[in-house]
Design a protein. Structure first.
Lengths: 155, 788
């Protein structure tokens, strides 16, 4: 067991974890942040995307011990009293159906807009290539990211 | 009591933002894997590495001494209690339905079949301990190709042989249609095996307290599941509660009674503690039922002016190793759709269901109808080439004209309504059909190495599953009705209980809109409840684009009953005769005395108080209704795809995609458009990217999302969508939209590719039309001088 200190959505946690524990399992099973789901076991689907020190990571591809000292933001910590512009845009553009990919899609979009505040449609599509959705055909996800970009998302 | 009526805009047709989203965009979700219970244990399954083998020994004892392990069981430990997983659709009287134990005991028949289970304190410990289990196998020869599985010298999957059933259907004189026909074409098409890949993996939590079982499952069918779990395990139905919490997509894959659900129940009963199992994606790709997997031999006979005389279809359908819930019925759902929107003199259909040593197949978005639509729309294009006609003109010559509805087809179905002319005209216009044809001719003349192809799909589908009497005539094991309940609360708010359990479709929003219109209660004042057999005790669940056409109509029926009950009480409140009352949604008023009125909320409160109800009237407005449809509904549309095909690399790029769908009246255009987008994407995925591939030993090679290519945003085009609106004959005028896009888009894309390559002699490309498949088809055509 290794002791780690991790800030998750503004709260600091100190836990003893197995060195092999995945960050996503730490978030879900230890911290109770079940808003971040798991969609695969090979880091292809992106459902578990969170921000680690402001940069998107697939939390199934990070060990909990690697997050020692890090500041993690999950979908549950994104809203600040009111919905984050990306959360609002996903709602307003009907960019989700079952909603399982949505947390990862929104977190990856947040990082995309941090990197490129005014992406073209193709840049959005390329930027979200690591996040899979089976319901929407991506049309409305692209629209939502554009809408959030137009609203001027602040990371 | 005399407040002026509040103007209440109609909800039907309004693009309401979804109620569901608030929790989904903030992570306040309740997926099955999120559930934690006191003393919860985790299950992990050991699965067969062989496609076919005798199990000669299983020793789970070494696993029991591993850290954190509470128990470990093999198939023998469930002897006498695990039953056989159900097949509810015995399509012929002589169908072979093999015994299908949830955990294999003597023999395994596909890679991934469960042979043992470990139960431990956490998921890591459970997975670790699997390695300690000893299993001895005696390998048997696998059966991997359905085309040779029926040969006499083929190894057998089951003792009874590899044939499950032969299901024939015919109408009209097929001999006469083909004999002497000026044009007869025959083609063989391959429907590759697909993996549904709902984003949420399957998960189940089971808890036995005393003799009461609660099962949380990522399922599309909590109601069907409850009945089936009772039948399989012998546990009395009244002791089983099934809850489908938030469910992350299904596409048919969660329309199943799974081994893991049954075993979770048996394990919690053995241990007296709650257990959870959540599959990994790799496990899921192997063991969630697959879709499609057919060889389709199709012959068409036509007159020289293009009129279709007859269609003869001979299917081989891979059942996989066992028959699951509706496995054998899936190809037959397509039987009635091969004739599609076209008139003809005769139709013959035969389907042979074949066992192989692979994961069983079952429902996947469209279920039989995408396969049928692909074959007919592909061969219509081939016929057009043969006749030198424009493929749209050929279709128009044969399709049912809008003034001919309702129309009884050669397959015996009565199409309720449609207007193929209108949808096609709109699609051509949005697409720029004539301009693209001109560009295509020019580029072909120049010998452009990147060819432009135009793909057409004028599809229809059968949805609103289903009239119970029709299901009975097809030997299906249940009815096709749907249930709804309306509960009028004392404060004038409404609870709506539906038996149609949603997993992404937006029922909470659309159902609120329907009830708001019917009862005149604000959208915001309505709460929709579903997915728990204790809250919503009756239902047939969600699949086959049935929810709105069947479940939506059940809501209307229940609202009617509420209004009937309320009318009697309102009459008492206003000291008027019920016959003198007028109902405008939300309010009763006395005819000829507009000042005298009561709202439905006021009636609800008076009913709750029950101080002064008319003699013999019960103090409740709550009403239930079961709706059993008279007919299916038949959405249709015209999808057009322009594809650029690089003949040097085989790379296909979709340049534009236009979809004009007619799904009847629309409750929420936002939701409908979303369903069309997602459906198109899934159909394109079959056309270009996805295939479940087994190697020669029967190992699944596409176990991960790195190997099984679910497309990303970067792989898909933007879609232009529009609608025409031909109402159905039910009271809402609705049809259904869940599968339309998937049914339409696969042939549209492949037709575009073949249209591009026809001048090079290419007549078919095996799906998925990957660069390799396309490139090889071009090379083969060049080698055979364009006669491929």
């Amino acid at each position: 067991m290794t002791q780690i200190t991790v800030t998750v959505d503004g709260t600091s946690y100190v836990d003893n974890v197995e060195p092999r524990m995945l960050l996503v399992h730490y978030l879900r099973d230890v911290v109770g942040k079940t808003g971040t789901p798991i969609g695969c076991d090979t880091s292809n689907c992106g459902a578990c995307t969170v921000l680690m020190n402001g940069v998107s990571v697939k939390s199934c591809a990070v060990l909990a011990v690697q997050a020692d000292g890090a500041d993690i933001t999950t979908i549950e910590g994104l809203a600040n009293g009111e919905l984050h512009p990306l959360q609002r845009a996903f709602h307003e553009e009907h960019a989700l159906q079952c909603g399982y990919c949505t947390p990862g899609m929104i977190m990856a979009s947040a990082d995309l807009l941090r990197d490129n505040p005014h992406p073209s449609e193709q840049e959005i599509r390329d930027g979200l290539e690591g996040n899979l959705c089976r319901c929407t055909g991506y049309e409305n996800i692209v629209r939502a990211v554009r809408r959030a970009a137009e609203a001027g998302v602040k990371p | 009591m005399t407040a002026p009526p509040v103007a209440h805009p109609a909800e039907l047709g309004r693009a309401r933002l979804r109620k569901e989203d608030a929790r989904l965009v903030t992570g306040q979700t309740n997926w099955t894997d999120n559930i934690v219970l006191p003393g919860l244990l985790h299950m992990a399954f050991l699965r067969s590495p062989h496609a076919h083998a005798k199990i000669t020994r299983v020793n789970v004892a070494p696993a029991r001494s591993q850290p954190g392990v509470i128990a470990a069981f093999s198939g023998a430990d469930f002897e006498g209690e695990q039953g056989s997983l159900p097949c509810a659709w015995p399509v012929t009287p002589d169908i072979v339905i093999p015994n299908h134990p949830p955990m294999a005991v003597d023999e395994v028949r596909y890679v991934g079949e469960a042979v043992a289970v470990v139960v431990a304190r956490d998921r890591y410990e459970a997975a670790d301990a699997l390695e300690a289990i000893e299993v001895d196998y005696e390998p048997l020869p696998p059966v991997l190709d359905m085309r040779t599985a029926l040969d006499e010298d083929s190894p057998k999957v089951h003792e009874a042989g590899n044939k499950s059933f032969v299901w024939p259907f015919a109408n009209g004189d097929i001999e006469a249609a083909f004999s002497g026909a000026p044009v007869v074409l025959e083609r063989t098409y391959r429907q590759q095996r697909l993996i549904p890949c709902a984003m949420e993996p399957r998960a189940v939590v089971a808890w036995c307290e005393g003799d009461e079982f609660t099962i949380w499952s990522a399922t599309q069918i909590p109601h069907v599941l409850r009945v089936m779990l009772a039948l399989v395990t012998g546990i009395p139905e009244q002791n089983i509660r099934v809850i489908a919490p938030d469910v992350g997509g299904g596409f048919g894959s969660k329309l199943q009674v799974t081994a893991e659900e049954v075993l979770a129940m048996l394990v919690t009963r053995k241990l007296g503690r709650p257990v959870k199992w959540t599959e990994s994606r790799s496990e899921g790709n192997m063991t969630v039922h697959h879709g499609r997997d057919q060889w389709q031999k199709i012959r068409i006979a036509a007159d020289s002016d293009g009129r279709i005389r007859g269609l003869d279809v001979d299917l081989l359908a891979d059942m996989g190793a066992y028959l699951m819930l509706v496995t054998p019925g899936i190809p037959l759902l397509g039987a009635f759709m091969y004739n599609a929107i076209y008139k003809m003199d005769a139709l013959a259909f035969k389907c042979t269901g074949v066992f192989t040593t692979k994961m069983p197949t079952d429902a996947y978005r469209g279920a039989g109808r995408p396969e049928a639509t692909f074959a007919i729309e592909r061969i219509m294009d081939e016929l057009a080439v043969e006749l030198g006609m424009d493929p749209l003109e050929l279709r128009e010559r044969n399709w049912i004209k809008h003034e001919e509805f309702p129309f009884t087809t050669i397959a015996g179905l009565t199409y309720d309504s449609g207007n193929y002319e209108a949808a096609t005209a709109k699609a051509k216009d949005l697409f720029g059909y004539d301009q693209l044809r001109a560009e295509q001719a020019e580029r072909n003349a120049q010998g452009d190495p990147v060819r432009l192809g135009i793909g057409i799909s004028t599809f229809t589908e059968m949805c609103g599953l289903a009239p119970s009497r029709v299901l009975g005539s097809l030997s299906y094991g249940a009815g096709g009705w749907e249930s709804a309940s309306i509960r009028m609360l004392p404060t004038g708010k409404v609870e709506v209980v539906t038996g149609s359990s949603a997993h992404g479709q937006g029922h909470e929003t659309a159902w609120s809109q329907i009830v708001s219109d019917q009862l005149g209660v604000p959208f915001e004042d309505i709460r929709v409840l579903h997915g728990d057999t204790q809250i919503s005790p009756k239902g047939m669940d969600t699949y086959g684009s049935r929810s709105l056409a069947v479940g939506g109509m059940a809501l209307v029926g229940a609202c009617d009953k509420v209004i009937e009950k309320a009318k009697v009480i309102a009459a008492g409140m206003m000291e008027a005769s019920a016959d003198d009352l007028e109902w405008t949604p939300g309010r009763f008023s006395v005819r000829g005395d507009p000042d005298k009125s009561v709202t439905i909320g006021e009636v609800a409160l008076a009913t709750f108080a029950a101080h002064n109800l008319p003699e013999g009237v019960e103090p409740s407005l709550d009403s239930d209704h079961i709706y059993d449809p008279e007919n299916f509904s038949f959405p249709h549309g015209t999808h057009l795809c322009a594809a650029e095909v690089d003949t040097e690399t085989g790379m296909v790029t979709i340049r534009s995609y236009v979809a004009v769908d007619d799904v009847g009246k629309v409750v929420n255009p936002l939701i409908v458009e979303g369903q069309v987008h997602g459906g198109i994407a899934q159909g394109i995925a079959q056309a270009l990217y996805e295939e479940a591939v087994y190697d020669d030993a029967g190992n699944l090679l596409t176990t991960t999302l790195a190997d099984y290519l679910v497309p990303s945003a970067a792989d898909l085009p933007s879609y232009v969508t529009s609608r025409t609106e031909t109402p159905s004959d039910n009271r809402l005028g609705v049809k259904g939209v869940g599968e339309a896009g998937t049914i339409a888009s696969t042939p549209a894309v492949v037709n575009a590719i073949i249209d591009a390559l026809h001048p090079l002699g290419v007549r078919d490309v095996t799906m998925p039309c990957s660069p390799e498949h396309v490139w090889r088809a071009i090379q083969d055509a060049a080698e055979t001088g364009g006669a491929a």
